[in-house]
Ligand binder design. Structure first.
Ligand code: NOJ
Ligand code: MG
Length: 532
């Protein structure tokens, strides 16, 4: 067990810095706020903290529009605050992962300002500039993820530039070696300051078709999806040569001890696993979002786990994600009872789990009144449910009026249920989802079978998904009832000793002995040690 690197053994916790803890009454979370809460991470039991972007940014996409790869946004604090946070985390044995946003910059980044200043500027080719089509329209049919054409006309220089996201986020030209060098230098800047790795934003977007061909129509589009899904992104994403860039990033990471490279990649499993790279020289962890994207059904999830396990290249380490700042919260999607089952699933599957802040207290999506919308996607395609503000609301720490997040005016509204759903109240309730999360994290930390063991499906029928994790003679059975049906029965694998219940999502069966078969109550998940 001692040999597995921390990013295999450990648990990652995502902090959305704007919403974690405010320290200066401006209603926006900041680094000093995170510092104030630093003991929470250890208390919860996670191993690494991933911060969404904290770089200087005009906030057109809330930090994913970076204006300087080597600084700290003043709203969040200073480089000194950052160093203090690194030291505080490291002092507690915790790792720090930064978001790296290499696909695009802010349109205010000095590189883009230079690039758009004229055709002869040395940085012109750092971005993606194309002539208009013969009719004066955009060079091709590519669409922005946030809606509309991905091409923005620049009247001053008479060309279009490409932006896969907001028009304030021009895409860098990763075919230009100077761009690569500049971003790699920025990576070194942070690695030299002790950062333990990067989560690379939209890794599968970095290169585009060099022939600029149109994307083909998506035959499955039915009008309920975001506009960009009218087209299949075959020429704008997942280009074969992107793997060379990922390998370069990995080689850079490997110049340092014990760091991690995580890729944000929304692709079907078969294409996702290619991001581990040839000979595993790519990303350590290509983020696996399939739990977020798959219907909440025992058979479907069991099938997913088997397909993912089967698709992993030899030696590749799996990972699972249940929520992030881009997707509806798990407690809203599956309801509070199944959110507990989801927690048990995430923390007992084979592979590094990533938790999204607030999911451990069962935070739900908060409805955002139209006048309070911040997210550029919601502004571009309003009322369709694509907006991401609901899952980015302030962390609920206590039962005070502003939940302990701020004493100013929070940048997004707080949830109505904050008086009951908060860290302070739930930490004093042994039956709470927070208590369950802590118990599951502790079990995973102390059980090599759960953290490093092999995986085997035991049952996937009647609304129940059960599997066994094994390590060095230790065996754990996890059985999850994905529905509200009572008396779901699972035959235990044959063994000479009766099993012992280590945890139930209902909080009340610990120590129970099970022999022959196990019965689950509605919405119940159970972990049974089969080896005493
Ligand atoms: C993925 C990030 O998670 C999302 O929040 C952002 O809008 C896009 N990339 C663009 O950077
Ligand atoms: Mg603040």
């Amino acid at each position: 067990m001692g040999h597995a690197p921390w990013w295999q053994r450990g648990i990652v916790y995502q902090v959305y810095p704007r919403s974690f803890q405010d320290s200066d009454v401006d209603g926006v979370g900041d680094l000093k706020g995170i510092l104030r809460r630093v003991d929470y991470f250890g208390w919860l039991g996670v191993d690494a903290v991933w911060l969404s972007p904290i770089y200087p940014s005009p906030m057109a996409d809330f930090g994913y529009d970076v204006a300087d790869y080597r600084g700290i946004e003043p709203v969040f604090g200073t480089l000194d605050d950052f160093s203090e946070l690194v030291a505080a985390l490291h002092g507690r044995g915790l790792k720090l992962i930064l978001d790296l946003v290499p696909n695009h910059t802010s349109d205010r980044h000095p590189w883009f300002v230079a690039s758009r200043s004229g055709w002869s500027d040395p940085k012109r080719d750092w971005y993606i500039w194309r002539d208009a089509a013969p009719d004066g329209g955009p060079p091709n049919n590519w669409l922005s993820t946030f809606g509309g054409s991905a091409w923005e006309w620049d009247a001053a220089t008479g060309q279009y530039y490409y932006h896969a996201f907001a028009r304030e986020q021009p895409d860098l030209n990763w075919r230009n070696p100077a761009v690569r060098r500049a971003v790699y230098d920025a990576m070194r800047f942070w690695l030299d300051r002790g950062v333990d790795g990067f989560r690379v934003d939209v890794m599968w977007h970095l290169l585009k078709d060099p022939a600029w061909r149109d994307n083909p129509p998506n035959p499955a589009y039915d009008g309920s999806q975001p506009e960009f899904q009218r087209l299949l992104e075959v020429n704008t994403t997942d280009q074969p040569d992107v793997h060379e860039i990922v390998a370069e990033m990995r080689a850079l990471i490997d110049e340092y001890d014990d760091r991690v490279l995580i890729g944000e990649i929304y692709l079907p499993i078969e294409r996702l696993v290619a991001y581990y790279g040839r000979d595993l020289a790519g990303a350590h962890l290509p983020f696996n979002f399939q739990l977020i994207l798959t219907a909440w059904d025992a058979g479907r999830i069991a099938g997913l786990v088997e397909r993912y396990e089967a698709a992993l290249p030899a030696g590749a380490w799996p990972n699972w994600v249940l929520g992030n700042h881009d997707k509806p919260r798990i407690a809203s999607r599956v309801g509070p009872a199944q959110a507990r089952v989801a927690a048990m699933l995430l923390l007992t599957l084979r592979g590094t789990p990533t938790l999204y802040y607030g999911d451990e207290i069962g935070m739900r999506d908060v409805p955002i009144p139209p006048g309070m919308v911040h997210d550029p996607w919601e502004k571009n395609e309003p009322g369709m449910g694509f907006g991401r503000d609901p899952q980015r609301t302030p962390m609920q720490w206590d039962a005070s009026a502003l939940a302990g997040f701020t004493t100013g005016t929070p940048w997004l509204p707080l949830a109505d249920d904050r008086a009951a759903c908060n860290v302070e109240v739930l930490s004093n309730d042994a039956g709470s989802i927070l208590a369950l999360y802590r118990q599951l994290i502790e079990l995973r930390r102390t059980s090599p079978a759960l953290s490093l063991g092999t995986y085997r499906t035991v049952a996937a029928e009647g609304g129940v998904f059960a599997y066994e994790r094994r390590y060095d003679g230790a065996s754990m059975l996890v059985a999850l009832n994905f529905g509200d049906q009572p008396d779901r029965r699972i035959e235990l694998p044959p063994g000479d000793r009766p099993g012992r219940v280590l945890a139930s999502t209902h909080g009340d069966r610990q120590g129970e002995t099970v022999a022959g078969a196990l019965t689950l109550r509605p919405d119940e998940g159970v972990i049974v040690s089969l080896t005493g």
